[in-house]
Design a protein around this ligand. Sequence first.
Ligand code: ARG
Length: 278
Amino acid sequence: MHKDDKIKKIQRNNEDFERRYKIMKKTLVVLALAMTVALAGCGSKGASDKSDAIADGVLTVGTNAEFPPFEYVGDDGEPDGFDMALIKAIGEKMGVKVEVENMEFDSLVASIGSKIDVAIAGMTVTDERKNMVDFSDPYYEAVQYVIVPADSTIASASDLEGKTIGVQLGTTGDFIVEDIPDATASQYNKGVDAVNDLINGRVDAVIIDKNPAEVFAEKFGDDVKVIDGADFDFEAEEYAIAMPKGDEALVSAVNQALKDIKEDGTFDELVATYIEQN
Ligand code: ARG
């Protein structure tokens, strides 16, 4: 190609590029505007896409009713407790029917999206679980507690080293024991069975969430004592509702309902009824 021709070609290419760049910029501005409008439009209703999970008008909720005061089997044989009342109130706000499935805690996360739509089970938000499910906004703050026999000398983190510690399988208490040097986890499907074995002398301590720890310990009165996890440097935890990964419509509908329930006083009533009474 002749030198002048080459220069012309480069100029043409440049002009071409500039033209396309301008078009692209315009398109981006239009897109950004469209998104703003779309987002503004869904303020209270959540994302405009429909959730598959609740397309049938039923929210199937998994729980593990072995965790008072959040969930336990009531006198009528049905799951009852704070979480059950909360999810029913959320379902009402969302205009869906709530059906509860009681199952092992350890199988809840894997069942979301198949056997159940969501799980509410005093479930702590963790990074590992976040790889598999999406969480609602947190609704309760918690921490692991330690239950020991009344005459136990266990009082701080180093005292737990080398001990046999009862936990509910697959819970954050279970995960904590993994990090305690030389400690052995005795895993139970029900937290209360761990406490029974503490009384029987089969484990040295039980690590379980604060509120259930207090409820279980009360059953055994003077035989046990509960120690705040802060004394063991356990980190604060947050409970949230677990949902299928990527169902943004469901997440925003649940969060909106939760927000409404907090604003209209229902949430505080449930706390007073189910948690503070205990
Ligand atoms: N918060 C702990 C966790 O997420 C324990 C939850 C146990 N809940 C239950 N319903 N049994 O691992």
